[in-house]
Ligand binder design. Sequence first.
Ligand code: DHB
Ligand code: FE
Length: 255
Amino acid sequence: MNKRVKDVVDGIVSAVQRVLDEKEITESEYRTALHYLMKVAEQREIALLCDVFFNSTVVATKARLSSGSTPAIEGPYYREDAPFVVDRLKTYDTDAHKPLLIKGTVKAVDGSVAEGVTIDVWHSTPDGKYSGFHDGIPTDFYRGKLRVGRDGQFSVRTTMPVAYQIPSDGPTGALLETMGGHSWRPAHVHFKVKAPGYETLTTQYYFEGGDWVGDDCCNGVEPSLISPEKVEEGARVMNIDFVIEPALERSGANT
Ligand code: DHB
Ligand code: FE
């Protein structure tokens, strides 16, 4: 007997039962829903469907309990094996690509500089794809690990990501469309800030003025994650001051 599992599943079951009752769901609608869920499973979209509706809620709970920077959804495209980089992420070399400079600081909540901080950075290609997952793009492109200096500062150059459409030709996309929604995410850059003795901060930042910033299909945008419009020497600048919090006893693990 696992009390946590019982408590959570009881809660989910009664929430669903309440909706079935309130909406006066018919047996035919119930069968349609079962058929739909079977398609979601067959087409391996269980994670996608749950992420679209629920990941941002779990992250919001984490945010409420955290004293550090605002966390955000991780998405499916993180790679632990990304290489350490200095100055610049590897990207395709095309004149059409818009340059992006990401820089800032990492501090602990008490204002001190943490030691041994690394930042994983990853983002889409200028075509909205992720390396190591789409189109044979080399796995070490558009992603890398930065070492943060003893002064708490970091800086890396790359190219601008673009708005990204989550897989839209399966049952998840079909449901979003049936509900009058869409499957677009605003352009974003992912970060994972890690340091020994601190909670890992997983987040993403968006671009002020970008398409879909006000209407993300994954509901992942928080005002504090929108990077103000700023250009320096022809490059869009994303300036971020990350704040990390000491590892919580509560969760035990520092992952
Ligand atoms: C998805 C893709 C992303 O790049 C992201 O940040 C979040 C979700 C997705 O395809 O579900
Ligand atoms: Fe993403």
